[in-house]
Write a protein that binds this ligand. Structure first.
Ligand code: ZN
Length: 326
């Protein structure tokens, strides 16, 4: 991993934490932030998001050419359908050096022109190459945080949308092949997102989503989410909007109003394709860099998933989607 004055991490993130004085947020009692007329905002269930993560992990590592990968992908598509998506589009191809790749897109309020894209990667890293013990490097990780956490939050949001839709349309995208990259080869990461960006399932006259939000590593204990630097550079109005919303609903300690490191992640191909996407990812700060200690290790498992973190991120995204106006 290389680290410059501004650290650039592949597929990931970087962070480190100073003494964490995270306040305890509640997932209950979402408050209406916008002024009248009041808009309905459902209650995000952190327990449901947690269970969605446990279910993904139970398939086994979601790596290419495995039964777990195939079965989990089928389950994700079926969940989006079960939660009432207008359409579920399964985008498959074969990627050199990876294998069969599957992106899964569930569209809610498909005919609404004003829409937002929410995404997370559903594959898991095939190697535990951040383990101190080199003998463990060849083992695949559970990827409970790195991958499954963002998907778990978005599946819970899909459930809420299925019960009562927000005003805007929402596209939920689960991208594959994010986390099988190699250090020093920037294009070897986020390959599912690259493929999606080159083959977007939008009609010629159909507007692109107004903006997008990527969730990655949103389940770590005491996680904090700084303003990721690429997001800040290319999608700043979206970052401003979301960090301001976080402050308004009492999550400013969880979402400090400070710029973090630059992370090579699934948002970059989409930004290049014309959608201002931001990355909500556990990130500490640019001076210190670094990720959650479980990152790309065998400790990235369900025991290290914190429902409070899931609840904070889920509450923010729910508030965002349900107060967004046409
Ligand atoms: Zn990763």
């Amino acid at each position: 991993m290389k680290k410059a004055q501004i650290a650039l991490y592949s597929a990931g993130i970087l962070l480190m934490v100073s003494a964490c004085s995270c306040s305890k947020e509640t997932t209950k009692g979402q408050e209406q932030v916008t002024s009248a007329p009041k808009m309905y905002v459902p209650e995000f269930s952190a327990d449901s998001a947690f269970n969605n993560i446990a279910r993904q992990v139970s398939f086994g590592p979601r790596i290419a050419n495995s039964e777990a990968h195939e079965a989990c992908g089928a389950w994700l598509a079926s969940e989006l359908k079960r939660h009432g998506a207008d359409s579920v589009f399964v985008q498959k191809t074969n990627l050199d050096g990876f294998g069969p790749m599957t992106n899964i897109i569930g569209r809610y309020g498909k005919n609404k022109e004003n829409r937002v894209l929410l995404l997370a990667h559903w594959d898991s890293r095939p190697t535990a190459d951040e383990e101190a013990d080199v003998a463990l490097h060849s083992r695949p990780i559970d990827g409970a945080n790195d991958g499954a956490s963002g998907v778990g939050v978005l599946l819970e949001l899909a459930r809420l949308i299925g019960q009562k839709a927000p005003e805007i349309g929402v596209d939920i995208l689960f991208v594959d092949a994010e986390d099988a990259g190699n250090e020093g080869d920037e294009d070897s990461w986020a390959r599912g997102a690259q493929y999606f960006a080159e083959n977007m399932p939008y009609g010629v006259n159909e507007p692109l989503p107004r903006y997008g939000v990527l969730l990655d590593m949103v389940g770590g204990y005491n996680a904090k989410f700084h303003r990721e630097l690429f997001s800040e550079s290319y999608s700043k109005p979206v970052v401003d909007k979301i960090w301001s919303l976080a402050k308004n609903i009492g999550l400013s300690s969880r979402f400090p109003d400070q710029v973090g490191g630059a992370i090579n992640d699934d948002h970059l191909p989409l930004i290049r394709a014309g959608i201002p996407v931001i990355d909500i990812i556990e990130s500490r700060n640019e001076q210190t860099g670094g990720f959650n200690p479980t990152w790309h290790t065998l400790q990235d498992n369900i025991q290290n998933i914190d429902s409070e973190t899931l609840g904070a991120v889920g509450r923010l995204i729910t508030q965002l989607i349900y107060t967004e106006k046409i």
